[in-house]
Ligand binder design. Structure first.
Ligand code: APR
Ligand code: ZN
Length: 350
């Protein structure tokens, strides 16, 4: 499944009531885009991918009050409706309507065929049209291009640590998978004052990058990874594990790496054909927690200003996450680097 990548012209409508048109400054290439392109994650096609973006508002539709023309914004790929069962329970990151925009066409090809916005925001394009709920005003002091990363990798990775796992100072943690998301988790752990912070990847070349983002130990993944991690933590295992790959083997290894009573937070998005197995006794014996985290279990409108404050204070280093600055034509090469486990984030700069 999946579909071929193509660079083509689309016609965007004027923003309707409650919508805004954004001129993209930059967009990050996330593994979820690759998963959508290959069909591991389903998307209606033709689709404009890209969900980690930032840019400037160039037009607003009727009734828009959140932003004005000229405002810098970060795109939010899972805007909450505010009134469904889960929003009312206070868990807007699980909003039942957050994917509503991605199932309707928003633009057209030259022959009139409707085009879908990948994950609702369609950031791999010079401009996009989204609901005002899908833009977050960007506070001053954050470079607009690097701010794109706030829209997925950083909200997700930082939120996994601070909103989902609620890591406290001095707690130990291990992170599996050091792409943009895993590296953002490492920075979140550094900000939390966690330690030791163990980073795990199949690619040995990730060590330097991992240490630059806060890892105090680096382990090349093999079938003994959990044992190695436990050894690094006095034989106990870590308080926390973060899975940022999206595979059953790394979910298992993450769980096995934690101490009795430890907590594993799954951030990676896997395939429905990939089963994870646990025996009934170990669940009881280890009394561990296994949980997933969606978009950092956060509230983007609340969390982006907080992240911007970390950037301004020098605690959060967005530039370190960006290892390649590219153009739209280079997306296939960015996907190849991702398949080979090379680098951090590739950032498309418009
Ligand atoms: N053990 C450890 N690391 C692994 C393994 C493994 N078995 N297999 C792959 N990796 C590493 C890769 O080498 C790479 O460094 O996982 C990293 C994944 O990084 P990216 O492909 O850049 O993915 P990223 O965009 O960070 O997303 C990670 O989060 O949002 C989800 O869909 C996304 O599931 C994906 C995950
Ligand atoms: Zn993403």
């Amino acid at each position: 499944m999946g579909a071929a990548l193509e660079l083509t012209e689309i016609t965007l409508p004027d923003p309707g009531p409650g919508q805004v048109r954004v001129k993209l400054a930059a967009a990050g290439v996330c593994h979820s885009d690759l998963s959508l392109a290959t069909g591991v994650l389903r998307a209606a096609t033709p689709v404009v991918l890209g969900h980690e973006g930032a840019g400037t508002v160039v037009a607003v539709g009727e009734g828009v009050s959140k932003v004005a023309v000229g405002d810098p914004v970060v795109l939010n790929w899972a805007p909450a409706c505010g009134h469904c069962h889960l929003c009312e329970l206070g868990e807007p990151w699980l909003c039942e309507n957050s994917y509503a925009a991605s199932v309707e066409t928003y633009a057209a090809l030259a022959d009139g065929t409707g085009v879908y916005p990948g994950l609702g925001v369609a950031a791999f394009a010079a401009e996009t049209v989204v609901s005002e709920s899908a833009v977050i005003p960007l506070p001053q002091g954050v470079p607009l291009d690097a701010a794109a990363l706030l829209g997925c990798a950083v909200l997700t990775g930082y939120g996994a640590v601070h909103n989902a796992a609620r890591v406290r100072e001095g707690e130990s943690a291990v992170v599996f998978g050091l792409g943009g998301v895993g590296l953002a988790v490492l920075q979140g752990l550094r900000i939390a004052g966690a330690g030791p912070i163990v980073a795990v990847d199949v690619t040995p070349e990730k060590e330097e990058l991992a240490r630059r983002h806060g890892a105090t130990e680096f382990v090349v993944a093999d079938d003994q990874t959990a044992k190695t991690v436990r050894k690094l933590t006095g034989g106990h295992g870590t308080d926390h594990a973060f899975e940022c790959v999206g595979r059953s083997t790394t979910i298992r290894a993450a769980w096995n790496s934690t101490r009795r009573g430890g907590r594993t937070t799954v951030v990676g998005i896997g395939s429905k054909d990939d089963q994870v197995a646990f025996n009934a006794l170990e669940i009881f014996h280890f009394a561990r927690t296994l949980t997933a985290c969606v978009y950092g279990d956060g509230v983007p409108d609340r969390d982006v200003p907080l992240l911007a404050e970390h950037v301004r204070a020098g605690r959060l280093d967005l530039d370190a996450l960006i290892t390649d600055r590219i153009t739209l034509d280079d997306i296939p090469a960015a996907f190849d680097r991702m398949r080979e486990g090379k680098g951090g984030r590739s950032l498309i700069v418009f």
